[in-house]
Ligand binder design. Sequence first.
Ligand code: BGC
Length: 477
Amino acid sequence: MKDKPQIDDKLIAAANELTKCFVLSDDKLRQLMEKLEQEFQLGLCNEESATLKMLITYVRHLPNGKERGQYLALDLGGTNFRVILINLNIANAPMVSQKFVIPDELMAVDGERLFDFIADCIIEFTNNHKLETIRIALGFTFSFPCVQYGLCQSKLVRWTKGFNCSGVVGKDVVKLLKNSLKKKTQFNNAFVDIVALINDTTGTLMSCAHKNPNCNIGLIVGTGTNACYIEQLDRIDKWPSNYSDPKTVVINTEWGAFGDNGVVDKLGVMTKWDKLVDADTVNPGRQLYEKMVSGMYLGELVRRLLITLCEQKLLFNGQTPENLLKKGSFPTKSVSKIDSDSESNKFQATRRLFDRDFTKTYTETDLRIIHMANNRVSKRAADLVAVGCSTLIEHMANQSNTIAYDGSVIKLHPHFHQWVSDGICKLIDKKKRFEMMLSEDGSGRGAAIVAAVSYREKRPRIIIRDRKVYEIGTYIH
Ligand code: BGC
């Protein structure tokens, strides 16, 4: 029989003490729910003064599954930009899409250059797919907070997720895109109708609602985090219009900003590592809940925590591996890898990861401490997402709820989805029910569906060009 590994219980106890601030009691989770509900209410009254904007999306009609036609969708919200062609005429027809990597420098340049780049990508795609002569409606998933004045008029409230392009905040994003498209001469001939601008949460909700009408929440836990839900018009103080049917609208909560007014910190939930991570972003003091939860930040949180453990001589005998000192050296996919390990598999993935990226000199105790620290950060993130979803479920009158979800963290992390689900079970009224439904590419399909639903209402049946009459969706030769 092999010897049992030597474990230093004192070190483990000290590391436990240092990291236990990441463990949130049920009581704390409930206090967070109460605060979040108050913030929801404030946002529903007036978004100017509220921290959570509770943005009206103007998406009111859910899909009925009968949406037809061919649509373009754009998806901008992280490091990639995609152009997608979707054919809703054929059930489960494969989508044709092209991914374009947004160069780092474009994330913080003059906004016009970013939109010129997007326009170039659209042109490349439509040329590649011989779409230059088709009239086609386009839905744009733009996953940043936008105040909307209609389905396709908006104003960017602020950039998030590392973007910081000048000249876009406060501007109409659709107009900026149209201007860039106009500048490109080849495109003058193409009939691209930008008919909807949506958030990725809305896209996620819509793509699932297309199959399951019970869906009432759209959730993203990816590079950023956010949720939307279906609200009754008479509960929205700031609703600017009449109460026509359907008496509901999708509200984009922009819950990533929860805590930006200090309420989360006041509850003692933010740790010193959260503050360190926040201080080293392009938007310090903003999106504080998002920075405790989402993929852009989880790896950084763990990295900073491991550095402190080294500094306090609780890890690697006090020797901080050089690479660990580099920002970005510990991406969130490493958090997932470590969480897929356990004592029973002898922390194999963690060993491989540390061998490759940081150091080959570690003890069994080090492995346990790394595992504990990593797990505390990711489990807290899932608990916080459960707080958000539970608050929404409690906020709505529905007894039965379906959460459409998407995003790299909730999809790829080995336990995140289960932890969120367990957390919600614990936090909501026992009479309420919920299920979670994975969205298949909500950002792409959802935008196409919203475009289709809006076209269902008001699409022009024909267009006249060069004195000829064309039906929508037909090719113009
Ligand atoms: C944005 C949201 C978006 C979320 C998920 C956040 O940073 O503010 O609009 O839905 O990321 O992509």
